[in-house]
Design a protein around this ligand. Structure first.
Ligand SMILES: CSC[C@@H](O)[C@@H](O)C(=O)COP(=O)(O)O
Ligand SMILES: [Zn+2]
Length: 232
């Protein structure tokens, strides 16, 4: 996405009447994601970037109550364009969001603590989650930013182990993205998932499709149905 606006001052970088300004979008989307149970208890979040700016939410705050002036703006080299006036720290998910930006040229990355994701990582005990023959697979994209998957494709999402500190997931996520170059997301066991897209609408749409697929898969497995292949 082309750089948003031509702000010259720190507050102008996040202050805009345009509802599609990334600083406004992050606040709105966090409220939506809160209603879905994806970012409750201050966990989870979303980052959006354009050609020049990376927009990051503050850490450890109620994500559904963030205001645009609370948003951090970084450069692609990870230095800061602006920090909020209030004493806030940037999200601990920042290095994970940068994995999506650096390795997939994503335009947005979402981190959820969805219970569907957590349950799937408990029921799929190995290194990957797999599902086929579901219409919503068509909402997913190769590598998150490529062409749409077909109904005939099997969706494969790598699972990495959780770490006590969010930042320490960075290496595991990077390795999983290298090992699974077509995967549009990475699941984190007992924690949630990271998912990205070429822009925020694609990331949001894929997050909704994947969450749906994870919920269906968990229900299928709980009643003894396989999620891959057609039942014989
Ligand atoms: C319930 S706290 C969860 C956090 O430690 C972490 O997992 C998280 O997703 C949010 O990190 P944050 O730094 O608040 O953006
Ligand atoms: Zn988290």
């Amino acid at each position: 996405m082309a750089a948003y606006g031509d702000a010259t001052s720190s507050s102008e970088l996040v202050s805009s009447p345009d509802p599609n300004h990334p600083a406004n979008l992050i606040c709105e989307l966090c409220r939506c994601f809160y209603q879905l149970g994806w970012v409750t208890g201050t966990g989870g979040g979303i980052s959006i970037r354009d050609d020049q700016h990376v927009y990051i939410a503050p850490s450890g705050v109620q994500k559904e109550r963030i205001a645009p002036e609370d948003i951090f703006v970084m450069k692609p080299d990870r230095t800061f364009f602006r920090k909020p006036a209030r004493p806030l720290k940037h999200s601990a998910c920042t290095p994970l969001f940068f994995n999506a930006y650096d390795l997939r040229q994503a335009g947005a990355c979402i981190h959820t603590h969805s219970q569907h994701a957590v349950m799937a990582t408990l029921l799929w005990r190995g290194k990957e989650f797999r599902i086929s023959h579901q219409e919503m697979i068509k909402g997913m994209r190769v590598a998150g930013t490529g062409k749409a998957l077909s109904y005939l494709d099997t969706l494969v999402i790598p699972i990495i182990e959780n770490t006590p500190d969010e930042e320490d997931l960075r290496e595991g996520m990077e390795q999983a993205m290298k090992d699974y170059p077509d995967a549009p997301a990475v699941l984190v066991r007992r924690h949630g998932l990271y998912i990205w897209g070429k822009d925020w609408t694609s990331a949001k749409g894929q997050a909704e499709c994947l969450d749906y697929l994870l919920e269906v898969a968990v229900k299928m497995r709980m009643i003894g149905l396989e999620t891959e292949g057609l039942p014989v």
